[in-house]
Design a binder for this molecule. Structure first.
Ligand code: OFO
Length: 167
């Protein structure tokens, strides 16, 4: 496959794994606040990020590329509040979106149409990722203390939906 796209895709799949650990650290901070619903929600976010990485890995393997797993820096473990966690998450997702768009631009410049097709899934996914955190921030601001308990119950119902890694 196209070597430039292969290298950039490896960078991105490693960033997806790094993202998973960013959310795992947040999940464990939230556990110190005894907010089980938020813990559940962030656990699923962790699983989603690993699935995003897996989708890239499956694609590279399918196309005769080579997966290159790398090290990354330690995630942030301490936060000020739930809002701090959510605002940090939204900023992180905006960075992911920027990187996905750069990757899409490269695939288009290289006329790598199968990669363009794959990356369209990630472009759409990032719209959902940013929307999820934006809405959650608004809800947390609205509900304050009394409503936090109710919101926690709602978040506890989130379930992991595996993505089709062959698509
Ligand atoms: Fe993989 O989308 Fe979030 O980071």
């Amino acid at each position: 496959m196209n070597k430039k796209v292969e290298a950039a895709m490896n960078t991105q799949l490693n960033f997806e794994i790094e993202s998973a650990f960013v959310y795992m650290a947040m999940k464990n901070y939230l556990a110190t606040l005894s907010l089980d619903g938020f813990v559940n929600w962030f656990d699923i976010q962790f699983q989603e990020e690993m699935a995003h990485a897996q989708k890239f890995m499956d694609y590279l393997n399918d196309r005769g590329g080579r997966v290159d797993i790398r090290a990354f820096s330690a995630p942030r473990n301490e936060f000020e509040s739930i809002l701090d966690v959510l605002e940090t998450s939204l900023a992180h997702e905006k960075e992911v979106t920027r990187r996905i768009h750069e990757l899409m631009k490269l695939a288009m410049e290289e006329n790598d149409f199968p990669s363009v097709s794959l990356l369209q899934w990630y472009v759409d996914e990032q719209v959902e990722e940013e929307d999820n955190f934006t809405r959650l921030i608004e809800k947390v601001k609205l509900v304050k203390d009394a409503g936090l308990y109710m919101l926690d119950k709602e978040l506890a119902t989130r379930v992991f939906v595996p993505i089709n890694t062959q698509a």
